[in-house]
Design a protein around this ligand. Structure first.
Ligand SMILES: Cc1ncc(COP(=O)(O)O)c(C=O)c1O
Length: 404
């Protein structure tokens, strides 16, 4: 299947500045359709929700359409989509709510593969309740998170398992389905960090076994908005702190204050953009969007996997480069060090060559510790998304080769 990356790139005004944007794992650029959706909301006139006048009604429609778009993206239910500013804020909120009835002796399982946003909120909530934290380990030689270890980690006291669907640095995609099945067998809930996985693969929260699935639109061509997708019936059992006059139903009671309505219109446009990436997919028909998302993201996965082989294979040929990600199933994200140069120096050298990359621990703080990188400036991260092309990869490889 061919993937028309030229057509895709033309949709992103920012890509015309000549830089190779390999920083997508920290936030992607935004296509014109998303920019127009946000600007169009303001241009048309929006108000706060719940009023009697049309501008208020438009905001209500924007929120409803955004929940439906996220449901189409993840396979969840629109009534279970909690919207908020970002994944970290929402995860702290859910950790606070879910831990209300944890007791001393209860257990929580987190993993050293995860971004700190899916570790610290649970560790801190456990500490408040006197619950015990158990750690799933990363196999250093493969950067895998073996699912088999969960048999040992889980018990009838386990209340929650937090695990990532993909590492934001080494790209490892653990077997979340197997981990979730083991967690459910002991009655634990499963909180999946889908922030890094969502831009790269088709997502099905049911197939993953995720009771909660967190994602951030700014990692997949949308604005800076986060969401957590859960079953409405599960949310009905939870009572987050809320203002007295604020909505009492779900998912509204999990959302705080006034939403960023125009940005939510941008989220819907971003999902529509993702749904239109597959060759031959019609670009604007809302009907059957879930099917179009699945087909489109399958094409994205195939394209990115091919492009990543060029990136990773190219780095592997360089004796002065050490790559860390080695998992069998992984997102297209490279994490590497260059002999004789700090990660910050490498990133600065690449910036001079108009290549955007990140350096440091990228908040994969536990993993950086496991890999022995935490005190030495971390590593360089070059992440692909669907708008990157061979020229981006080749420019990175040429610039890194200069550092030999
Ligand atoms: C895997 C992963 N999880 C969580 C986060 C935190 O997301 P947010 O910035 O939406 O709080 C990030 C952000 O980089 C991430 O990459």
């Amino acid at each position: 299947m061919t993937f028309d990356v030229k057509r895709v790139r033309d949709a992103y005004p920012a890509l015309s500045d000549g830089y190779a944007y390999l920083d997508g794992a920290a936030g992607t650029q935004v296509p014109t359709a998303v920019i127009e959706a946000i600007a169009g909301s303001y241009r048309t006139g929006i108000g706060n929700v719940g009023g009697t006048f049309p501008a208020s009604g438009r905001s209500g429609s924007i929120v409803a359409e955004c929940r439906q778009a996220l449901a189409d993206l993840t396979g969840g239910s629109p009534d279970g989509v909690i919207l908020g500013p970002n994944m970290t804020t929402l995860t702290y909120r859910l950790a606070d709510t879910l831990s209300r009835n944890w007791e001393a002796g209860d257990e929580v399982v987190v993993s050293r593969l995860d971004h700190d946003a899916n570790i610290r909120p649970w560790v801190q909530a456990a500490a408040r309740r006197g619950a015990m934290v158990r750690w799933a380990a990363v196999d250093m030689s493969t950067t895998e998170l073996p699912a088999a270890q969960y048999g040992e980690l889980l018990s009838e006291r386990t209340r929650l398992v937090a695990v990532t669907a993909a590492s934001n640095v080494v790209g490892t995609r653990p077997n979340v389905t197997a981990i979730a099945a083991a967690a459910h067998a002991v009655g634990a809930l499963v909180y999946v960090d889908g922030v890094h996985a969502t831009p790269h693969v088709p997502v099905d929260v049911g197939a993953l076994g995720a009771d909660f699935y967190a994602t951030s639109a700014y990692k997949w061509s949308g604005p800076h908005i986060g969401a957590v997708v859960a079953e409405p019936a599960l949310l009905e059992t939870l009572q987050p702190d809320k203002l007295a006059p604020a909505p009492a139903g779900v998912p509204g009671r999990f959302e705080r204050g006034t939403a960023a309505f125009a940005d939510l219109a941008g989220v819907t446009a971003a999902v529509e953009h993702l749904a239109s990436l597959a060759p031959g997919a019609p670009s604007a028909a809302p009907a059957g969007r879930r099917q179009r998302v699945l087909a489109s993201m399958a094409a994205v996965e195939e394209y990115e996997t091919r492009l990543f082989a060029r990136l990773s294979g190219g780095l592997d040929t360089m004796e002065h480069v050490m790559q860390y990600g080695r998992a069998a199933r992984r997102a297209p994200t490279a994490f590497f060090t260059v002999a004789g140069h700090t990660p910050g120096q490498v990133a600065a050298h690449l910036a001079e060559r108009q290549v955007n990359v990140w350096h440091g621990d990228n908040y994969a703080w536990e993993l950086a510790g496991v890999l022995g990188l935490r005190d030495s400036g971390g590593a360089v991260r070059a992440g692909l998304v669907h708008y990157n092309d061979e020229a981006d990869v080749d420019r990175l490889l040429a610039a890194v080769a200069e550092l030999a």
